[in-house]
Design a protein around this ligand. Structure first.
Ligand code: AN0
Ligand code: CP
Length: 316
């Protein structure tokens, strides 16, 4: 594994899960592996968990970390052959190559534009960085994927599942802002690496791209989907069909305590940040079955397992 951009970059998920288990018990066991190595974290949009957990993971491995916000005042050009006489100050070709002079690993966080589906689904910012950088790239959430989150979700489910084949339900939930499909796409991509019973439930019009839902059960009746579920994973996303649009803010889709009674005493999961009493009722997120805080804690564990693997490969 050189880059960590999607699940496809991981050679053995099982081996990485074993490594993560050991990191969770002893986070400082590899504190020398990143000595004199630097991680640069680039943020094109804001982040609480990804920023802090990746930084913590790198520090636990003995790395130096340099975060940089690129959200304002740093227009990067991604098109080739453009006459750069407008507002873009620098081309990704130079930017990625230059950052590679200072960094041993580069992490990148971007947000989908939610206007041009083809452009977002080409995942251009992260792919161009990977093409133009001479060091490994880690996806800190791209336009269409959030693999550090989904790997964490898999790790969290693995540590709580009581049966070999738990029923895992990804449910759409309302949100006042148009959000990307990245978390949902990646969640399906990682869950499909398992043997779990996987069900996706959402209102009509919120169908995700077929590349991610192939082989999944889609159930438009949320209550039916919840029946006997072992894990309820809530997430909002804007429409993929009517790209970037909010089609429904139907509060009927909020995860409530009453709906949770339909499940097999399911655990509640969400990647956070979450809008309380819009996505999920207080009674559910505050219940003993809610895993959201441990899930967020596990982000640092998974980031460390990923960085450790990349550092080992740099040496090899
Ligand atoms: C973001 C999203 O859905 O992509 C980040 C989630 C990790 N969510 C919000 O901005 C609420
Ligand atoms: N879950 C997640 O990635 O959170 P942040 O947006 O705070 O990084």
């Amino acid at each position: 594994m050189r880059d960590f951009i999607s699940v496809k970059d991981v050679i053995s998920i099982e081996e990485m899960l074993t490594s993560a288990k050991s990191i969770k018990v002893n986070p400082y066991e590899d504190s020398g592996i990143g000595k004199n190595k630097t991680m640069v974290l680039l943020f094109f949009n804001s982040s609480l968990r990804t920023r802090l957990s990746t930084q913590k993971a790198a520090l636990n491995l003995g790395m130096h970390v340099i975060p940089m916000n690129l959200s304002e005042g740093w227009g990067l050009e991604f098109d080739d052959g453009t006459v750069m006489n407008m507002d873009k100050a620098e081309h990704v070709r130079e930017a990625a190559a230059v950052i590679s002079q200072y960094a041993d690993i580069i992490g990148i966080r971007t947000f989908a534009g939610l206007k041009d589906r083809e452009l977002d689904y080409a995942d251009r910012i992260i792919r161009q960085f990977a093409a133009c950088a001479s060091v490994p790239i880690v996806n800190l959430e791209s336009a269409i994927l959030h693999p550090l989150q989904s790997f964490t979700d898999l790790f969290t489910i693995e540590s709580y599942r009581k049966k070999k084949r738990p029923k895992v339900v990804l449910t759409w939930a309302p949100h006042p802002r148009a959000l990307p499909q990245a978390v949902a796409n990646s969640f399906l991509e990682w869950m499909q690496q398992t043997d779990y019973e996987l069900v996706v439930t959402h209102p009509e019009g919120y169908e995700l791209a077929e590349t991610f839902t192939a082989g999944c059960t889609i159930e438009y009746d949320q209550r039916k989907a919840f029946a006997d579920a072992d894990f309820i994973y809530a997430k909002n996303w804007s429409s993929y069909q009517e790209y970037g649009k909010i089609l429904s803010t139907d509060s009927d889709w909020m995860v409530t305590a009453e709906k949770m009674t339909l499940t097999n005493n399911a655990h509640f999961m969400h990647c956070l940040p979450v809008r309380r009493n819009v996505v999920v009722a207080d009674a559910v997120i505050d219940s003993d079955q809610s895993l959201v805080i441990e899930q967020a804690g596990n982000r640092a564990v998974i980031a460390q397992a990923v960085l450790k693997k990349i550092l080992e490969n740099l040496k090899g």
